[in-house]
Design a protein around this ligand. Sequence first.
Ligand SMILES: Cc1cc2nc3c(=O)[nH]c(=O)nc-3n(C[C@H](O)[C@H](O)[C@H](O)COP(=O)(O)OP(=O)(O)OC[C@H]3O[C@@H](n4cnc5c(N)ncnc54)[C@H](O)[C@@H]3O)c2cc1C
Length: 390
Amino acid sequence: MTPTSSTTAPAFDVVVIGAGIVGLAHAYEALLQGLSVAVVDRAGGAVHGASVRNFGHACITPQTGEARGYATEARRRWLDLAGAAGFTARESGTVVVARTAAELAVVEEYAASDPDTERLDARAVVDRVPVDPDPVVGGAFLPLDLQVDPREAAPAIATWLASQGVRFSWRTTALTVESGRVTTSRATFEADRIVVCTNHDVDRLFPRLAEQADVVRCRLHMLRADVDLRFPLTVPLFTGWSLLRYSGFAAMPSAGALRESLRASLPAGVAWDLNQMYTSPFDGSLIIGDTHVRDVDAPPFQDEAGFELVIAETERLFGVERIRVRERWQGVYASAPGREFLIEEPLPGVHVVTVTTGIGMTTGLGIAPSVLAPRGTATSVPESSTAVAV
Ligand SMILES: Cc1cc2nc3c(=O)[nH]c(=O)nc-3n(C[C@H](O)[C@H](O)[C@H](O)COP(=O)(O)OP(=O)(O)OC[C@H]3O[C@@H](n4cnc5c(N)ncnc54)[C@H](O)[C@@H]3O)c2cc1C
């Protein structure tokens, strides 16, 4: 079928391709600057991408460098948008539970290095989160982190932006991008600036840019389940596995010893690149994850062994005999070695913005001000950060 791209839409100051959190962030920034903006997405709504398949965890506290700068700005914007668009952004913080001496060593080093982080003893951990008290040796509270319901937040932001005059064109696939012009499966859009926020599908529109940065797809096992907890989980929960993943923790002197300790105690966890973590959407169920497999493509077939691992570790952590799985899904996000962001201007006025590790909910809303800084103004370029695979 020939795409019907012969009509030309009115010209906009900014056209955004992709209505995930990164694309919505740029539409919001353009709106704040008083610019006219259109968003095109090939899906029928903000219902399909990584931005609805995740934990809804804005993990501000343990970010460093460039990511920390974006995360700090994103935190403000999450709270502003929650008020404006009418969704919940909980100022929950995050609890980290340590169940071994190796985990506790990293937690203690991190808490000593970060004035925001509160060190918790074992009693305080089991009072705050409904884990099995038995092996808990301590933990920490990360106060800056936020929690949203990922299935609520992006659609609510899109609806609100539309009410403020942002033009959304759903079920519209961007086919080609050049300076000043996007051809799509419906119409040609002309714009002063174009922002490409297609996540891992950056390689469909800009294959050479993606290849140069070694961008691939990272796919994850995710579950939603009912679990008979001692009491409801009201904060995001990290385990020792999470301490290997975020740049602030991973930089601690004991992180290497923790990796070896986890490798020895649960080799399957290392094989599946486990990040055992939890959030609880506001209905009381648990979002449970996750594993990581990286490749150019993300075949849809999820090996049951990945789910079995995550379920077994969940039952062990909470000291329950059986969890009742409601949903299983595959998450996919862009991943690139040695970098957390691919932010480039490959053509004049065409910006590619891809978060290349699993921190787009944390940082995405904070990236847009520097990308869309009015031309000729100095942008505050945050210092570069050490990339860690999340
Ligand atoms: C399982 C999982 C758990 C995660 N957990 C967390 C977490 O706890 N905290 C955190 O900070 N981050 C987390 N992340 C990462 C975070 O979800 C992503 O970094 C973020 O959602 C990326 O946003 P995005 O807008 O770039 O991509 P997406 O949300 O994937 O949006 C991209 C959009 O582009 C559209 N699109 C693609 N190509 C085209 C085209 N040619 N034309 C038109 N439209 C197109 C797609 O339809 C899609 O809507 C997680 C990710 C996953 C998968």
